[in-house]
Write a protein that binds this ligand. Sequence first.
Ligand SMILES: Nc1ncnc2c1ncn2[C@@H]1O[C@H](COP(=O)(O)OP(=O)(O)OP(=O)(O)O)[C@@H](O)[C@H]1O
Ligand SMILES: [Mg+2]
Length: 409
Amino acid sequence: MYLLGIDFGSRYIKAALCVKDIETGEITVLKLYKFQHKAAKQGTITDVVKAKEAFTELIDKMRTEFQDKIDNYIISISGENVNSYSGTSTIPLWKQENEDRRVKITHAHVSEVIKAAKMTAYNRDDKVELHSIPQEFQIDDQPATQNPVDMYGVKLRSSVYVIQTDKANMENLGSIPEEMSFGNYRIVYSPLATAEAVLDPDDKEAGAIVISIGDQTTELVVYLNGIVRMAKVIPFGSANITKDLKIMLKTDYATANIIKKEQATAFPKDADPEKMIEVPNSSAQKNEYTEEHIARVTEARLKEIYDFVTKEIYKGSYQRQVHTPVIITGPGSRLKGAEKLFSEINNSRTVKGKIVGVKSKIDVISDDYFTAVGLVKYAVNYDIFSDESADGGRRSVAQKLKKFFADLL
Ligand SMILES: Nc1ncnc2c1ncn2[C@@H]1O[C@H](COP(=O)(O)OP(=O)(O)OP(=O)(O)O)[C@@H](O)[C@H]1O
Ligand SMILES: [Mg+2]
């Protein structure tokens, strides 16, 4: 079975063609694709026509090399138009006529409390739900559990984390696969895919923070006790560092970008205050700056981005988690000193993300493609295509519950 993960980023469209072994569920990455486009800003599509052109370019290229039919497509969604909310609700379990008010909890109770909790999450009519992730359940005053089925109680409380976007945003993105007749496709929030690429089930259980630095966005995901607690996109990324270097070093964007990749560090203590770096500019003049000066400019912007990330972590009250491993990934994290800076600011253990849990026909899967591969991994691990059933897309209650418990794992 063939799956194509399509990461529609702010500057690049990147795709991972994968095959899933039907028996073992094992994913093998076969081929990776990357094209530049001008159809989005800070993760949100701003030009649907250009976006369609980018998708067409990708699909045409893929079809020249790969003749088989793709069974499932998974497309990322990102940007500030995606929001998340928590909802909480409590339902009574007992009925009046019951002598003993304690009731054994069933799947139906679980569905009911989740539905009620979702109703309390912010949900305007012009929004559509992308993901709803059940958090913990609590039965009366008993300790929280992730599976309340077959336990006894009087009332059941649940909270749910809902990720949603504007209908218009969804329609814009959805029109692309519809027009291109992708058939079976799903849309997944980009940070969830990136985190999926670098975390294994043990990491999720132990708790982890994933920070992924892209061009115009930075993604944040918090996992705790095996469950996604928070997924956000911050509208700043590595392009902001390039822009600062361009201004401060009085040069053009392309030169600033090369300096960022080759010379800069976000950790000024590692920079040489004596070493001079030549920076060409348009007036054919060359300016010289110390390595330390370039490092200070770079550090200032990355620190600001990290501050936004940290603020979100604190807002969600997950500050204790910064002492579990913080995984820094994304192409922007290739900047020298990127991990060290976060670790110094937050006194945390920071590690560079590695792709886990997939096989590959490609020697090394670079972090450029983590989101694209993560989309496929997410689709397989959370069984997101299973809601399609033979009866025209409606799910039976049994399937829904199967999916629901898969989401909990
Ligand atoms: N070696 C490097 N050092 C520093 N930055 C790098 C390096 N390599 C790539 N980058 C930066 O990574 C960014 C590209 O990130 P990415 O491919 O995630 O972009 P995108 O997916 O199009 O955008 P976004 O993820 O923000 O939606 C660019 O700003 C690029 O300059
Ligand atoms: Mg990206």
